[in-house]
Structures are given as C-alpha cells and as structure tokens.
Design a protein. Structure first.
Length: 733
C-alpha cells in the first residue's frame, strides 16, 4: 500500500491532492442548508475525493465513471451515506438496538446494512454513533447506545465488525465512520450543537471509551463533532485529533469533518474560512464535508506558509489509503453490481432479521396483573392512537433509503398475528400533537405529522366508543419519527398533551390500557406508569414494526430488552445516570434537609438503567464468590443461580456491576462490567458465572493513569442496576 500510494502521490499536483480532501453532496439526502454545485465539473477536475448522499448502482456508476475515466489520474471516489440502522430494510433505532443487549444481533444488523448499502453502490457509512448521552432532552440520544461507557464500547465494536466484515475489500463490506468525535452527547442543556465542557477525568472515564473501542475493532474512519472540546471546536482541535486519537490511541485511518463543521468554526470565533480551514488541517482533519473550505483556501494558505505541503500530503495519503483498503484501486466498481441491487435488498431474510432484532429491543416497563400477553383465544381489542395505523413513524430517525410505505403498521401486525378469533377495532383518537407551531417543526417531509380533519374532542369521543365495545385497549402513542434525532431537542420530554388527553379518556373507561410506546429518548412517564395496566417500550422498531410488536403483545416472543438509559421522573433531574459519583451528603430514603436531593421530586429515576420486565419471573440466588481475598492478577469468579419461577420461557440479561468504595479519586457508585443473556424454560435454573480480573477494576486517576488500586470491592449481580445481590472482596497488589 505504501509504495503504491507514494508512487501515485508523486504524480499528483497540489490541486489534485487538495481535491482528495473534498467530500461533497448533491443534495439527495442532506441535513444542512448547503449543498455543492458543479459536482460533475469538479469531479473531472480532480476536485472531489468522495460523494455522500448518492446511491443506486446507476447513479454511483455514472459518478465513478467520471472520476475513473475522465480525470487525469483516474483515482476512484468513495461513496458514503448515513446508513444508521439499516439501509433499505430498517432495523430498530440505535437506542433500541442497544436495549437488546445482544451483540450478535447488533453485528448482524450492521452486516445486513452493509450488504444492502454495497448492493446500491455505497462503500462508506456514517456509523456507528458512539456518543455517550445522559440527557434525554437531546434528540440524538436515539442514535447512540445510551449512557454506559463499557456497554457502549461493546456495541461500537460489534457494529464496526458488522460493517467492515473480515476485510473492507469484501464486496459486501463498507468502511465504518465513528462519530461524533468527541463528546457530542454532552451538549449543555441537551440543546443541539451546544457547548460541551467536561473535566478530563470524566472524559477519559465515561465518554471516550466507546470511541476507543470502535478504533480497536478496526474502524477505518472517524468524524469530528460539531461541539467544542476545551473551548476549541473538535474539528480544529489538535489535542483531540492528533495527540489523543493518533498519538495516544494509534489511529491509522482518516478523519472527516461533520457537515460544514469546518466553516462553522467561524461562528465559534476561530477566524475566517481560510484561517479555520488551515487550523483544521493542521489539527489533523483529513476531509472536509460539504463546506469546501479546504478546496477553496488551502492552496492560498500554502502560498502564505500557513500550511505545508507535508500537511496536505499527510491528509491526502490517509484518504488514499482508505480507498486502497476498500480495494477501490483494484476495482473502483467493486460494489456496483445491478444484479445484487435486485437480489440483496429488502429480502425476506433481511426483514426477518429486522423483526427478530426489533422483538429483542422492546422493553416491558410495566405489566400489572400479568395483563400481557394478550390472548388469541377470543374477545376484542381496541387498537387506538395516532401511531397505530401509521407506517412512516415506524422507522424512526435517519432512514434515508428506508421505504416507509413498505413498513408494517401496528394495526396490520396485530390483525395478522391475532388471527380470526379476536375482534380488532380501531380508532385514531388523537393527533400526535395539536400544537400547530410544534407540528410545523416536526413536519419537514411528506406524510409526516399533520392535523386530522376531525376536531380533537370528536376524535377522543370516537376512540372512547371503540374502547367501550372492546375488552382491552392497546394505545399506540408517543413520539413521531421527527421528534428525536438530529436537531430535535425537547425541553419537555413527556407524551404530548393531545395524546395524554386521549390516554386519560381511555383510562376513564375502566378498560385496561396497554401502552405501546414509541420514543427516541427516555420520556417522563409518571402518569402513564400510574394509570396504564402495561407499558411496552418499542422505540422505533423499523420496517417490521407491526409484526414484531404483535408477536410480543401476543406472547410469541417474551420480551427481554433492558434499558440502556435511565428514565427520569422529571426533566429537572437531568442529567441522571446510574453510574454517578457519591456526594458528601448522599441522599437516603425520603426528603431530608441538607442532603443532596430535591424538595419536589425524589432522586430515584422512574426506571433505572438495566431495567426491563419479562412475562416470566426470574429469581436470583446470592452471589457466590470463588474467594474473598485476592492478590495481583488472580481471577475471581462470581456466580449466581437464576431460576425461572414464572410461567413463560424467556430470556434474562444478567448484569454484573462493581463498586470501588475507597480510591484516590471519587469513584462511581457502581459500574457495569459484564452481562450475560440467558434463556430459561419454565422452572429451569442456570448458574451464571462472571470471571473478574484486575483489568475490570481499573479506572483513570487524577494523573489520567489507567490502573486499579488495592482494597475492597463490592461485586454486584442482578436484573438491573438498582436490584442486585452483593458480595465483598479484598483485592491486594
Ligand atoms: C450529522 C452527521 C451526519 C452528517 C451527514 C450531520 O449533520 O451530524 O451525523 O453523518 O450530517 O449527513
């Protein structure tokens, strides 16, 4: 590779080198206000290294032909897209994917996405998003794996492996792009694109591990984030992009900016376009997305000695290396195969995998009196709510090539799985929201949120009548597609008033209300938790939504998903996460003056991290340890016996947490260090054993040294972060 690229670069002019650093979009699928003009002409001039937002073999072939046939050096382009949770066949949103706690399913979903994306000419995906998020106001919490650094890292690795396969040269592999580097999920006040300010120790301990895990899994590229890190925008932050990413971590791939992030450094107060472009290049940014700051200013900066040929060469080399690793110099048309486009996309097999993944992602938040599963033997069900007879919102955020017309609505799924013995009645009941200003913000695409021709009160009346004629109500409510994702921060994270009014009217009928909840973030659900008989959180399940939901509602699959984000009682508790530090005045049951608490709400979340019910019941024994006194690099085993004492076979995610009560720095009250997903028949019991080594006891001290400190450790195993069995060990050097 090195010789090949050196030989090629010797032939390249400085303009051609700068051209490789330019990523453009034609506007097929964009998130910003700017698109690039004159793309065809610029390709011919060698001014473009890659295109994003363009897919379909015919489109990609045409563009690649220009680069390969009509440029001086015939250098192929890379083709990227926001393939975030599936390409055509849409899987659950990433937050939903994470609640499966099933790395095999997650890797498979990424692999299927890569297979479909390559079948349409793509070779690069802007995923995984690994930003830790602990603020549910931030709409992009839906795009990540939640609040835990270790779990986030495991999932990041699985996704990279799924996308890139055994070799990026494979016809069905794409290059992953780890984003958004770094700390984007910690935007102040949960407001999109906002300032981030964080101590180094928190950064290293809680926010950086998933990026590092994705790198260790071999990710080929990174994307810089929009926010500042230590008051310098990530896109021009040398400490971040060079000292940390390349020198400390050894990253060998290339870094692309986020959408116009180079240009946006001007608004951050870093100078004009020429200045910020030079700053970004010198910081270690290799490719400029959309803004063309590199293309339009780097040559001038070179002539003014503000950047060097070596700076440009380094970035150019990294981009060319990526193309080499993808096998594009061997075959620029590698994944441009119309036959595959016909046969590998939206197959029954892919849809089946999406359905199974969706079923595994659902989290049963409440199930009073075992109201679920629903019976198929007879009776009637009222399926009510603005998301019940709906296809578009099944897919969730970031579904650029997703075809919502092909998704399965909840009503369709229920009718299909219920069979002929059950009468299914339907009413819409309410709009997503009656607030027209809010609605306008949500409605940026065809078929999105709108007002029904009927008046809200009439819709509710009709729904109540439908409910009166049925035995049980399934209320399909929550957030529509555009209520989470990019630029979708909310300051109120409850179910919109129009839908809450519907739920209240339904509850008054006295019929049991089962809520099927759509959401791209944790919501505040106190009223729902008090008044609904059951709540099944389905996030945004994707193409097979209705089928997956019906399979779970009727008990063909017993839900086993567990939360990866804490659900607050009130938006005022945010940020709220399980692995927080202790205070000097810890809260202890109930409101007490001069303790760390609130006057008006408890400290406890509504649903803790790791929480999720089953139709069955799992009983945990005490934790049995192999030893209670250990030394050095010994391995400790911790075992619990889990018994299925309920009446359904099912899966349980057994979770291991460790706390380190005394150390040189204040440590989190507990930290997730392992999990195992087990399957238990009715009455069956299994021993679940975790091996623990000092590796899992390590943390960053105040010198940012990663090591463990001897002393006492509390080993905790349980069904969620708040319900564990504990045992103590002494571990000395
Ligand atoms: C988003 C990125 C995305 C990019 C390209 C940006 O606005 O922050 O996540 O990959 O657009 O669409």
């Amino acid at each position: 590779m090195n010789t090949f690229i050196s030989t090629l670069m010797k032939k390249m002019t400085i303009d051609e080198k700068i051209g490789q650093l330019n990523l453009v979009t034609g506007g097929m699928a964009i998130t910003g206000s700017v698109t690039n003009n004159g793309i065809d002409d610029n390709i011919k001039k060698g001014n473009i290294g890659g295109i994003f937002g363009l897919y379909g073999t015919a489109n990609v072939r045409k563009a690649q032909d220009e680069a390969v046939k009509n440029t001086r050096l015939h250098i192929p382009m890379i083709f990227g897209l926001d393939v975030i949770h599936g390409h055509r066949t849409i899987f659950p949103i990433p937050l939903g994917m994470s609640t499966t706690w099933d790395l095999g399913l997650i890797e498979q979903a990424a692999h299927i996405a890569a297979k479909e994306a390559t079948a349409e000419g793509l070779n690069w995906v802007f995923s995984p998003m690994v930003d830790i998020a602990r603020d549910a106001r931030w709409g992009r919490i839906s795009e990540g794996s939640g609040e835990d650094p270790w779990l986030g890292g495991q999932i990041a690795g699985a996704m990279v492996r799924g996308y890139q396969g055994t070799s990026m040269k494979n016809a069905d592999a794409v290059m992953a792009c780890v984003k958004h580097f770094a700390l984007y999920g910690a935007a102040e006040a949960g407001r999109e694109y906002n300032t981030v300010d964080m101590s180094r120790i928190k950064m290293y301990q809680d926010y950086l591990p998933p990026y590092k895990a994705a790198l260790d899994a071999g990710a080929g590229s990174f994307m810089s984030s929009f926010n500042v890190v230590d008051n310098v925008p990530a896109t021009g932050n040398k400490w971040l992009l060079t000292d940390l990413l390349r020198k400390q971590w050894g990253f060998k791939g290339f870094v692309v900016s986020d959408y116009t992030a180079v240009n946006e450094m001007t608004n951050h107060g870093m100078g004009d376009l020429q200045t910020v472009s030079a700053l970004a290049l010198k910081a270690g940014l290799d490719m400029d997305m959309v803004g063309e700051g590199f293309l339009s200013t780097l040559k001038k900066s070179l002539s003014e000695n503000k950047v060097t040929v070596a700076d440009i060469d380094l970035a150019c080399r990294r981009v060319l290396e990526a193309k080499y690793k993808l096998g594009l110099f061997d075959n620029p048309y590698k994944s441009i195969d119309p036959a595959r486009e016909q046969k590998d996309v939206m197959t029954d097999e892919n849809r089946k995998a999406a359905r199974i993944t969706a079923e595994h992602s659902f989290v049963l938040l409440k199930n009073a009196n075992q109201i679920l599963p629903l019976k198929k033997s007879g009776g009637s069900i009222a399926v009510i709510g603005p998301l019940a007879d709906n296809k578009r919102d099944m897919l969730g955020t970031w579904v650029i090539a997703g075809e919502w017309e092909k998704s399965v609505s909840v009503l369709e799924g229920i009718k299909h799985v219920a069979g002929n013995n059950v009468q299914v009645n339907y009413s819409k009941g309410s709009n997503i929201t009656d607030d027209t200003t809010f609605m306008k913000r949500l409605n940026f695409g065809p078929g999105m949120v709108g007002l029904d021709a009927k008046a809200p009160a009439d819709m509710i009346d009709e729904a109540v009548k439908t409910a009166a004629n049925s035995d049980i109500i399934v209320a399909v409510v929550g957030e529509s597609q555009s209520m989470s994702g990019e630029s979708s921060s909310r300051s109120d994270i409850s179910i919109p008033e129009s839908q809450r009014n519907l739920l209240k009217a339904l509850a008054k009928t006295g019929k049991p209300v089962v809520i099927v909840l759509f959401n791209g973030r944790p919501l505040t659900l106190n009223w729902e938790n008090e008044n609904a008989a059951a709540i099944l959180d389905v996030w945004a399940p994707g193409t097979e939504a209705g089928n997956a939901i019906a399979e779970v509602l009727f008990g063909n699959y017993n839900p086993a998903g567990k939360l990866t984000t804490t659900f607050p009682r009130s938006v005022g508790q945010i940020p709220i996460y399980y692995n927080h530090l202790n205070t000097g005045r810890p809260y202890s049951n109930g409101p007490t003056k001069f303790k760390s608490n609130y006057l008006d709400v408890s400290n406890d979340p509504l649903y803790p991290f790791g929480y999720g019910l089953s139709y069955s019941k799992f009983t945990y024994s005490n934790v049995k340890l192999s030893k209670t006194n250990l030394k050095g690099n010994e391995t400790l085993t911790a075992t619990v016996t889990v018994t299925n004492t309920g009446s359904y076979a099912g899966e349980e995610v057994v979770q291991l947490y460790i706390s380190d009560p005394v150390a040189s720095v204040s440590r989190a009250v507990k930290e997730l260090k392992g999990f195992k997903k087990i399957n238990l028949q009715v009455g069956e019991k299994k021993d679940v054993t975790f091996n623990i080594t000092p590796q899992q006891l390590k943390f960053y001290n105040s010198q940012l040294k990663y090591d463990w400190e001897p002393g006492e450790f509390v080993i905790q195993v349980g069904t969620n972060s708040a319900e564990t069995k504990t045992a103590k060990v002494q571990w000395m050097r």
